[in-house]
Structure formats: C-alpha cells, structure tokens
Design a protein around this ligand. Sequence first.
Ligand code: IYR
Length: 229
Amino acid sequence: MQSDDYIFIDGFKHIRYKQKTYSLEEMKNRSENYFKWIDNRRSVREFSEKHIPIDIIENIIKSASTAPSGANKQPWTFCLVQNKVLKKKIRDAAEKEERISYSDRMSNEWLDDLKHLGTNENKAFLETAPYLIVVFKRPYEIDFDGNKHQNYYVNESVGLACGFLISAIHNAGLVTLTHTPSPMRFLEKILDRPSNERAYLLLPIGYEAEKTYVPNIHRKSLNEVMKLY
Ligand code: IYR
C-alpha cells in the first residue's frame, strides 16, 4: 500500500496539505466580504461588564496561537485575567504610568496627534471589561538545565499573533483595543511571569458599553497604501 499522505525530508515528516480553493467569482465575493467585515472593526474604549463564557475566550486565544512564528517557536504567552483584584491592580499600575506619560513623557506633538482619539490617563476599561488578555513575548526559552535558547523574529511573530487575536475577537462579535501602557514591566510583576517573558500588549475584551462612540477616523485609500510594480 502506497500513500502520498506524507513524505520524509531530512528525516522529518511532512504531511500533505491542500488549501481549499474557490471559483474566481467566489474569490471575488469572499475577498470583498472579508474586507467589508474587517473594515467594520474598531478599537473600543468603553466596555460593558457583561459576563462572557470562558470557552469563547479560549477559542479566541487558540486562534491567535495559530499565527506563523520564527522557526515555529510560538514565542508567546496569553495571560487571561478575569480576577477582579488583579484587574484593579493592573488598572492602578497602568494609570500610574499613564499619568506620568501624559503629563511628562509624551511630546507635545505626540499629545496633539492623539487629541482626535480622545484618550487620556483614565483606563476604566481595565476594570469594566470582563477579561484582560496580557500578551507576553518570549525572547528565549530556558531548558531544564537552565540553558537559554533564542527565539527568532520574536516581535514580528507576537505582532502577528496579536493581529490574529484581534481578528478572532471581532469574529466572535466582541470588542477590544490595543493598550500599551509604557513602561509596561509592571505586568510581569503583577502576573508573576518567568524571567524569559516581557509584556508586549494589553487587550481588554468584552461587549461594548450600552451606547458607545468611536472617533470618526478613516482608513487610508488603496492608492495610498499600495504601489503596483
Ligand atoms: N499609551 C497611551 C497613549 C496612546 C498612545 C498611542 I501611539 C495611541 O494610539 C493611543 C494612546 C494610552 O493608552 O492612552
């Protein structure tokens, strides 16, 4: 019996893969519909406290963790915070840093650039959202003997995983925003993370608040973002 389900390359098993394909008409519809769907995603800063079953969030995190990564090292950890005491600790620490950032660390040009978004040092969403996902990058792994092993393209890999995460959140009909309190090392301490993890991004996740408004901003046109050669 011969099978072409798999082959070996340099002693490593490679399994047969076939991407699902569509007719050109279906491709046109699917690509257009996907664009319309994802173009509808917005960063939301006001959350409802409404509970969300954890298995939904677990599916979302599993989706994020399918992102490509350097040498398939998957150099990320998603800390899912639902504990109210921890959420308050994170909010207090984030607001402490943000107060300093808004008053001293950010340049006037930066503050001007943010004005139309209406952000400030108040981060109530860190307590109101039913869950926070704190994404950590892992620049290296530590083996059982304590030896360090570098990961590759760590920022790119974790950035891609966060993109997948945001898309999975939108797909579930939930909202999020990419929050980057700076510096954000307090997250490593509060969540007691191992020495090879660095806080990368903080995302509250939940339903939007009853009546939510978002800034009236627009995407760049295709002409601005694409150059055909
Ligand atoms: N980290 C701050 C400031 C901030 C910075 C950028 I760049 C934004 O796009 C939005 C906000 C905050 O979260 O408020």
